[in-house]
Design a protein around this ligand. Structure first.
Ligand SMILES: Nc1nc2c(c(=O)[nH]1)N[C@H]1C(S)=C(S)[C@@H](COP(=O)(O)O)O[C@H]1N2
Ligand SMILES: [Mo]
Length: 368
């Protein structure tokens, strides 16, 4: 067995053109599950159906011993217990979260990492304390620019041993809806979603929502840690610095209609009216339009939008389709209030981040 740790100077790997998904990717996929697409039915994804992504191991934290430290460029550094946090006025925000690597497995060449197709998404109601409130109590120094969030999980990535740690600008961190969350859908956080406390940054891809929080440090200079400077960057070549991955790109998913074939998961429907439904979201601005195609993108027509789930949550849509015998490819494309829409061909980047390719669902319509 090769016990050498990979060298950070080596870039993450791209699969060879003929290389299928391997055991390393399978091991990640088996640990980090997606949301079954039939769970697009729920406004709020039930715990257990929400996707999970865990770089290292799920840490075991004893709530009696666990404390959150607020340190760095603050007038009053302090530590909070779970009861201290619960004593603050609570706020609940419904948030659609998506992994920045969603869609990676279909890129060519394929970046070798967690091989998501489209299912790395979920929507939950997170309850906790607005981070701004805790920072105000700490008294942030006027020179401060960023906030660094450290989780209790530790591992190595490309040779670098590290705690999972992400920096966020103070401007983003101070937004009203950024939470230190201790509850998910009204229940205490389950271990896989960050028990006892996690950060929630509505509108941002998953990597910003640091789980198992143990320390918040206020700093002056830009944070240069691994998860901001090496990982989560949109780059074409391994030797480029690239641009940081931030907010969730607009996307719609189709709730696969009919019934599935076990192996291919091709959808099987009967001829006649079929009501198509799904969800759409964007981290930049609310979704204002969803277009549906039943002929693989040749023609599009507008879907009806459902009620808004709030500024940070996905929105339902419905579309009446009349299925005729034959093979069809359904497609959905969302547009947000900033005019962002989804590509029909995905731009490639080296680590497979921020994909939002139009969702396509093959359907076989069988005679009665
Ligand atoms: N401490 C810590 N926080 C973390 C991670 C992690 O590995 N460790 N993974 C991040 C990533 S990449 C994603 S996509 C989200 C996933 O959150 P979920 O598992 O609750 O859906 O958590 C983020 N927060
Ligand atoms: Mo992620």
């Amino acid at each position: 067995m090769n016990t050498e740790l990979p060298d950070v100077s080596l870039p993450s790997r791209l699969a060879a053109s003929t290389e299928g998904i391997g055991f390393e990717e399978l091991a990640l996929a088996a640990r980090n599950h997606g949301m079954p697409l039939e769970a697009l039915r729920y406004d709020r994804t039930p715990i257990g159906l929400h996707y999970t992504l865990i770089h290292y191991d799920i840490p075991y934290l004893d709530p009696r011993e666990w404390r959150l430290s607020i340190t760095g460029r603050v007038a009053h550094p302090f530590r909070l217990s779970l009861d201290d946090l619960r004593a603050y006025p609570a706020r609940t925000v419904r948030v659609t979260m998506e992994c920045a690597g969603n869609g990676r497995a279909r890129l060519r060449p394929r970046p070798v990492s967690q091989p998501w197709l489209v299912e790395a998404v979920g929507t939950a109601e997170w309850t906790g304390v607005p981070l701004a409130r805790v920072l105000a109590d700490a008294g942030v120094s006027p020179q401060a620019r960023e906030v660094v969030f450290t989780g209790a999980d530790r591992g190595t990535e490309r040779g670098v041993e590290q705690d999972y740690r992400r920096g966020l600008s103070l401007d983003e961190a101070a937004r009203d809806e950024v939470l230190l969350a201790y509850a998910m859908n009204g229940a205490e956080l389950p271990p896989q979603h960050g028990y006892p406390l996690r950060l929630i940054v509505p509108g941002w891809y998953g990597m910003a929502h640091v789980k198992w929080l143990r320390e918040i440090e206020v700093i002056e200079d830009p944070f240069t840690g691994y998860q901001n400077m090496v990982a989560y960057r949109d780059r074409q070549r391994a030797d480029e610095t690239g641009e940081p991955v931030t907010r969730i790109a607009v996307r719609a998913l189709i709730l696969p209609p009919g019934i599935p074939d076990f192996m291919s998961r091709t959808r099987i429907v009967r001829p006649g009216p079929v009501t198509l439904t799904g969800r759409a979201w964007s981290g930049a601005a609310p979704v204002v339009r969803v277009d549906i195609s039943a002929d693989d993108g040749d023609t599009w027509a507008a879907a009806r939008l459902g009620a808004s789930g709030g500024p940070w949550a996905w929105r339902g849509w419905t579309f009446d389709w009349h299925a005729v015998p034959g093979r069809h490819v359904l497609a959905a494309r969302a547009t947000d209030g900033d005019g962002n829409t989804q590509p029909v061909e995905q731009r490639w980047n080296r680590d497979g981040f921020a994909n939002n390719l139009v969702h396509r669902v093959p359907v076989a319509c069988l005679g009665e």
